[in-house]
Design a protein around this ligand. Sequence first.
Ligand code: URA
Length: 235
Amino acid sequence: MRLDKFLSEMGIGTRSEVKKLLKSQKVTVNGETITKPETKIDTDKDIVCYNNKQLVYEKYEYYMFHKPAGCVSATEDNIHKTVMDYITDTVHDDLFPVGRLDIDTEGLLLITNDGALAHNLLSPAKHVAKTYYAKIDGMVTDEDVNLFKKGVDIGEEKPTKPAELTILKSKPISEIELTITEGKFHQVKRMFEAVGKRVTYLKRISMGPLVLPDDLKTGEYRKLTTEEINLLINN
Ligand code: URA
């Protein structure tokens, strides 16, 4: 990678600011002062210092985002705000949301530029568990719990995989938690439609080993901890 690109990716400044810094002899590569912006470096091996401090290159970034309603899970959209509009101070510019939540769904969304991890988490073969909290227009009953355990017909080739439904409140407006291991389009809403009920509020509260923390408010995001990243990678 070019040295000026590396430095600007590390958040040191824009490409033109970085050029000036290089001229002022503030950057070393393996102990040698380098002034040429086009110098090629190997991010795995070379030790780059700015003002005598080593810049450790992180190829991948991982953030946990609490998606609010009203934005789409995409990197670009002509009409709506996207989840990426909320993620403002990243080092790299190639981050994307892992999977989709509907525009009116809130909750946990992983944002990264690690394509292999995203692929693994979304792979149907991996059966990554996702838990949702929902408010349901209708009385959710033990019969629904049993139906969801067996799998319901949502108009796909096969019924849904066994899902764990926990009733928090069985009232005319019920509250539930549902854990599914698939990610079919509008899956939770369609599962409740299949038993004659309607989801009126939906929030994802966990995905694999990641749990949405209570203190991460809607619209906020934070870096994953090293422990969380390791749990995800070894999931
Ligand atoms: N199921 C849905 O119906 N919507 C979502 O956003 C996620 C799961």
